[in-house]
Design a protein around this ligand. Structure first.
Ligand SMILES: [Zn+2]
Length: 217
């Protein structure tokens, strides 16, 4: 899943309005923030499938440290604990924990069976929504629209940055996703990992426009 994870981050603001959108956005993205680093370190592997079907130009051969349910519970607990230690905001910590776990749950819906439950086990889950391109695209866009709508109803722009930076964020994601539908396999794994590292900018961007918006609920 791609923009659906951002949708969870945006929607999280409603459940934890006092939390900055930065960490709320980082939580559901966390598995995909760690993954390119683990790829570059050689801890996880991916196989490129040039000429593969839409959404299936990558074969996730091994990614237990970033994408197993077991490790996502660990990452979620770590992130939530650090967040709680810094802010003492219980709802925020709970939402962050759920956000980290949501990544695995949402990936299970779209991936073909490649998601591990434990680090060492051989069971792989995936309901394979990716086999339906139209179904996947519909689900991703409906999720993004719902997340953006919830966030827009939970907060109000205090200034132009709060308004336009937020809508630019949503529009760029929508465009990114549209272009990803037609993208082929990346040329090399380091190029893929390097490109994926761009995701690290998004929680900071979200935290930035969130500071220019007031909570209205
Ligand atoms: Zn993922």
């Amino acid at each position: 899943m791609f923009i659906g994870h951002f949708a969870v981050g945006l929607a999280s603001k409603r459940a934890a309005p006092k939390a900055s959108l930065g960490p709320l956005m980082a939580a559901p993205l966390l598995a995909d923030l760690l993954w390119p680093i683990f790829l570059l370190l050689g801890w996880e592997q991916v196989r490129l499938v040039p000429g593969g079907k839409t959404f299936q130009v990558l074969e996730f051969t091994s990614y237990p440290y970033s994408h197993s349910l077991e490790m996502d519970v660990v990452w979620g607990l770590l992130f939530a604990t650090v967040y709680w230690g810094l802010t003492r905001y219980r709802a925020g910590a709970a939402v962050i924990f759920c956000g980290v776990l949501s990544h695995w749950v949402m990936d299970v819906i779209v991936h073909v069976p490649d998601l591990p439950i434990t680090v060492n086990g051989s069971t792989r889950l995936g309901l394979g929504l990716w086999n339906s391109v139209a179904g996947t695209v519909l689900v991703e866009y409906v999720l993004l629209a719902t997340g953006a709508w919830l966030y827009a109803r939970t907060t109000r722009a205090r200034d132009r940055t709060g308004r336009w930076s937020f809508w630019a964020f949503v529009a760029l994601l929508a465009l990114f996703y549209a272009s990803s539908i037609f993208a082929g396999a990346p040329p090399t794994v380091p190029a893929l990992a390097g490109g994926t590292l761009v995701l690290w900018l998004f929680p900071f961007w979200a935290g930035w426009f969130d500071r220019h918006r007031d909570v209205v609920v």
